[in-house]
Design a protein around this ligand. Structure first.
Ligand SMILES: Cc1cc2nc3c(=O)[nH]c(=O)nc-3n(C[C@H](O)[C@H](O)[C@H](O)COP(=O)(O)O)c2cc1C
Length: 241
């Protein structure tokens, strides 16, 4: 079996160094067209994209997002939001603010964004998602003038790559595909994967480090990430019920 698309998907790696070349407008348009072709739960179409073109605004977003320089350097920076404001305008009596709405919204927006990302990569562009935009959600909502019922989920940098990082090894399928019922973690497979990822980290061209995936996970889950998130969602009208 040979599929150009499957090979493209499997060759994904995040790009954090971009050339100054801008993305032709029709290319970006087509990436958005690919994004909106994604499935949408009950066809709610709740994705909104804030395209940050103003230089000074881009700098401010970068500063609110952990000063990740590629937010400033990339050709295009898109902030993906779940947006139920449209729905409220259409149906002023709409019942909003439910936990399920957050799940539906986050799923819909992610499917849209991943189509954009894949379309971009198919054109030879590089991408990196930016969860860092949730470091200061209240400030970002105010900076981008996001109304109630709109919440920024992640950013996406797009541009022509100026680096060629190696593909990062993923967990083996046997660990993440469970047949019929849930299977407990196979520690032997995990150990093998830890060694594979450690070797990748040591040998990769940029940002070499010595750590296994398990060590990374232990560190990552040692404390709550972004403990202000519930309050930020509440203040935009989400998670009320
Ligand atoms: C929702 C989301 C948020 C992310 N946020 C960031 C980020 O803020 N900064 C960054 O450099 N990479 C970010 N990433 C990229 C991940 O670190 C990256 O996808 C992961 O390490 C796997 O590496 P790869 O994409 O090169 O295969 C994010 C990825 C996702 C899906």
């Amino acid at each position: 079996m040979q599929s150009v698309l499957v090979n493209l998907l499997k060759s994904h790696r995040s790009i954090r160094k971009f050339s100054e070349k801008s993305i032709p407008a029709p290319w970006l348009e087509e990436c958005i067209n690919a994004g909106k072709a994604a499935s949408s739960s009950s066809f709610i179409q709740c994705t909104s994209i804030i395209r940050i073109t103003e230089k000074n605004l881009r700098t401010q977003v970068m500063e609110l997002s952990g000063n990740q320089s590629y937010i400033e350097d990339c050709a295009e920076f898109l902030v993906f939001c779940m947006d139920f404001q449209r729905h409220q305008s259409i149906a002023p009596k709409a019942k909003l603010g439910f936990t399920e709405q957050v799940l539906t919204g986050a799923i819909d927006v992610s499917l849209f964004a991943q189509n954009v990302a894949t379309a971009a990569e198919s054109l030879g562009l590089g991408i990196v998602y930016i969860g860092g935009i949730r470091n200061h959600p209240k400030e970002l909502c105010s900076l981008l003038r996001l109304p109630q019922q709109v919440f920024p989920l992640f950013g996406l940098c797009l541009g022509f790559p100026q680096q060629a990082p190696e593909v990062k090894p993923r967990l083996p399928n046997a660990v993440l595909v469970h047949e019929n019922v849930y299977q407990s973690l196979d520690k032997k497979l995990l150990e093998k994967y830890d060694e594979t990822l450690k070797a990748y980290y040591l040998e990769r061209t940029g940002n070499s480090k010595s750590a296994t995936w398990s060590q990374d996970i232990e560190e990552k889950f040692a404390r709550e990430a972004r403990p202000f998130m519930k309050e930020a969602l509440l203040s935009q009208g989400f998670l009320i019920y």
